[in-house]
Ligand binder design. Structure first.
Ligand code: AMP
Ligand code: GLY
Length: 424
């Protein structure tokens, strides 16, 4: 089949690598892509916001499947535009993508389907939200309703900080995303990312991972899109995974189907493993970045075939996903300044990283030289028998990469590595 992949980050490079290696993929295009993706796919200069141009390209090039990497085109209805043109697409419609596009939508769904999550209230006026703070205890969890590029959640330690956050959100600091605000209870526990594929009817588990959101070692400093991840996350035991499928994922898929907005694609649940069981923090309508990179390194099947089966509501006929029984770990090399203003243009020489894989995110070519062009730049990904071994393999690969304006955390995987030390 011929496939068009939408996106340009490390997640999409990992998807491109796996799709290009799928026996059922004849030709892979990527729009707009990056130099790394260009090694696995033919890059096409299409703007993901230009739905008409994408549909036109699909018709002209006999595209059998479009795979949408990031959330914004999904929330904007790219899948809907492709459905109208009868082009199969891996990714949900705009209505179903509200699971990521509107925190209030998801919270209301959780209430209606009895899905475990933090207790919440939704407010559309600042005055009501300020009055509502009285119903919550600090730390206050305050969320802009809409898409905010991962920056729409503020954990306010004090009442004054909460007032400042509400001021910012209702004052337009988050654009339209902050016109409606959710305040919810603070949950404690370990966080884990869980993935499931669904065609709206059937659902299959697609692995777990643990991300590292803070920029600094020991989980310190500001939040980022994710500085590294490993998969699987054994803290999500088979029993907990079964509970997540039964109490969170399946009821979500069912209630969306019942509401006539069936969800198709990958469902990414951010979970908190609390003392009273797993609870949903948030849903994403796409793979995690950098979680996708570690899932792809472990996934063993024909990804193109599995995604096509998902897109065509044939998931029940597809072979069950099989993953390598090893740990994959990825370390993000970011440009200095990230998550503030990253330094652009720093030169990168990847060198011989052995069996590791280097997925490219914010890169570009400058006169044939690979240079940094974004915050998160490279995802250095390696396998190992366990997290400790995968960690040393990934950092050994980083040692051979020459990227003077880059930096990384030195402790990716630390929770699992500590558990492995304790169990020796
Ligand atoms: P989200 O964008 O909803 O995943 O939130 C970003 C981060 O904020 C999460 O990864 C958690 O670390 C934290 N967070 C969000 N909601 C809560 C909550 N109710 N309790 C504790 N931490 C939360
Ligand atoms: N790594 C978290 C995310 O993709 O949202």
């Amino acid at each position: 089949m011929n496939i068009l992949l939408i996106g340009s980050g490390g997640r999409e490079h990992a998807l491109a690598w796996k799709l290009a290696g799928s026996p059922s993929c004849d030709k892979l295009y990527a729009a707009p892509g990056n130099p790394g993706i260009g090694e696995n796919a033919e890059l096409v200069d299409l703007d993901p916001r230009d739905h008409a141009a994408i549909v036109c390209f699909c018709v002209d090039n006999d595209i059998d499947l479009v795979v949408v990497g990031p959330e914004t085109p999904l929330v904007d209805g790219l899948a809907d535009s492709l459905h109208v043109a009868d082009v199969a697409v891996f990714g949900p419609t705009a209505k179903a993508a509200q699971l990521e596009g509107s925190k209030g939508f998801t919270k209301e769904l959780c209430s209606a389907a009895n899905i475990p999550t933090a207790a919440y209230e939704r407010y559309t006026s600042k005055a009501d939200a300020i009055a509502g703070l009285a119903d919550f205890k600090p730390p206050f969890v305050i969320k802009a309703d809409g898409l905010a590029a991962g920056k729409g959640v503020i954990i306010a330690e004090t009442h004054d900080d909460a007032l400042a956050a509400l001021d910012d959100m209702f004052g337009g600091g988050f654009g339209d995303a902050g016109a409606s605000v959710v305040i919810e209870d603070f949950m404690t526990g370990e966080e884990v990312s869980f993935f499931a594929l669904t065609d709206g009817i059937d659902v299959v588990a697609f692995g777990s991972a643990q991300d590292h959101k803070r920029v600094g070692d020991g989980d310190t400093g500001p939040n980022t899109g994710g500085m590294g991840a490993y998969s699987p996350a054994p803290v999500l035991t088979p029993a907990l995974e079964a509970e997540v499928m039964a109490k969170i994922i399946k009821p979500t898929v069912k209630i969306l189907a019942d509401k006539d907005m069936p969800y198709s694609g990958v469902l990414f649940a951010g979970l908190m493993l609390t003392e009273s069981g797993p609870k949903l923090i948030e849903y994403n309508a796409r793979f995690g970045d950098p979680e996708c990179q570690v899932l792809m390194m472990r996934y063993q099947g024909d990804l193109a075939q599995l995604m096509q089966a998902t897109a065509n509501a044939m998931l029940s006929k597809a072979p069950a996903p099989v993953f390598l029984d090893q740990t994959a770990l990825t370390v993000v090399l970011a440009a200095k300044g990230y998550p503030g203003t990253p330094e652009k243009g720093g030169t990168i020489c990847i060198g011989d990283v052995g069996n590791a894989l280097v997925f490219q995110a914010g890169t570009t070519l400058n006169d044939g030289q690979l240079v940094a062009n974004g915050g998160r730049v490279l995802n250095v990904t390696a396998l190992g028998a366990n997290a400790s071994e995968a960690q040393s393999n990934a950092y050994a690969a980083i040692d051979v990469i020459d990227f003077p304006t880059g930096f990384c955390r030195s402790d990716i995987g630390w929770r699992e590595v500590e558990r492995e030390k304790m169990s020796k």
